[in-house]
Write a protein that binds this ligand. Structure first.
Ligand code: GLN
Length: 305
């Protein structure tokens, strides 16, 4: 941990005042109100030591980082059958693209693009009596943290502006790969995207994707070892949409971003690290977040390769 701390402090100081060429997401109006200068980092090692700098204890909109949590719960329910509904191939396209769905007969390329995450939400709506309530309970239980909530304003803001997601959901339903009412599925999708967490909380909740940490506080396993490895594999190949190759190339860890500016990355043998900086690059990933992680894994020589 001492080496990680030193490197985090040093890279944080180097990047704090750089000229960030990114832009805060404003296609969801409520997200545009965030202070773009926020910058926080938190690491939790597999022996549960934690260290953070900057705005690591401020809540922010985790957006697509929540897609790891929804995938985890759906995978628990369905096992390998899940892959009949959603594929595990990188899409090489933007996160909100409709392009490939027609040729692929409504089967999304992977669970981390919006199309795939909407199908995952449909799976969860089929399994859960009260999806919004039970999904929050799942997140709270696996992290032993009762302080995880939706932001209703953000969910509502996306509901009124999320035309592409409405289109995706209807289009997939036309192929029969959405079983429930589209309004119910979208309401659930917009809510899980609106979850707010801090960098510290995120670096703790995803410890179940590191080796030997798959259990909750009661000692029950969250995923099997094979399932956890597979989620890491999808994060590595699909976690950053059409920039997934770039992230693997520069950072070398499984990871997942969200348009709130958060990035979570896992070193399966060592730690979970989270960075938050709201300005996004052209592909919708945090500009400074990616740069930070590139420098961090380089200086600590801790990529998975
Ligand atoms: N809620 C956002 C959307 O559906 C999530 C996208 C993201 O974080 N990449 O557009």
């Amino acid at each position: 941990m001492e080496n990680y701390k030193e490197v985090i402090e040093c890279v944080y100081d180097d990047l704090k005042h750089i000229n960030d060429t990114g832009k805060v997401a404003d296609y969801i109006p409520e997200l545009a109100f965030v202070d773009s200068n926020n910058f926080g980092i938190s690491i939790t090692t597999i022996d549960k030591q934690n260290f953070g700098v900057g705005d690591f204890e401020k809540k922010f909109s985790i957006q697509s980082v929540s897609k790891i949590l929804s995938l985890t719960l759906a995978y628990k329910f369905e096992g390998a059958k899940l892959w009949d509904r959603v594929d595990v191939e990188p899409s090489g396209n933007p996160f909100n693209s409709l392009l490939q769905l027609e040729a692929d007969f409504g089967k999304p390329r992977n669970p981390f693009i919006n199309a795939g995450a909407i199908v995952i939400c449909d799976v969860l709506v089929s399994h859960l009596k009260n999806p919004k309530k039970e999904f929050l309970e799942f997140c709270r239980e696996i992290s032993n943290n009762q302080n995880i909530n939706y932001n209703e304003k953000v969910a509502e803001s996306e509901k009124t502006s999320g035309f592409r997601n409405v289109a995706l959901c209807n289009f997939i339903k036309s192929f029969g790969n959405i079983k429930n009412d589209v309004d119910d599925v979208l309401d659930f999708y917009f809510h899980i995207c609106s979850i707010e967490m801090t960098c510290k909380e995120l670096s703790e909740i995803f410890l179940f994707l590191t080796d030997d940490q798959y259990t909750n506080k009661k000692g029950e396993s969250i995923l099997t070892e094979s399932q956890a490895k597979r989620i890491n594999a999808i994060m590595l190949t699909c976690g950053f949409y059409d920039e997934s190759g770039e992230f693997a190339f520069r950072v070398g860890l499984p990871g997942k971003s969200g348009v709130g500016g958060g990035i979570v990355a896992i070193h399966p043998d060592e730690y979970c690290i989270t960075v938050w900086s709201p300005k996004l690059n052209k592909k919708g990933n945090s500009y400074k977040g990616m740069l930070f992680l590139e420098k961090f894994t380089t200086k600590t020589a801790s990529s998975i390769f």
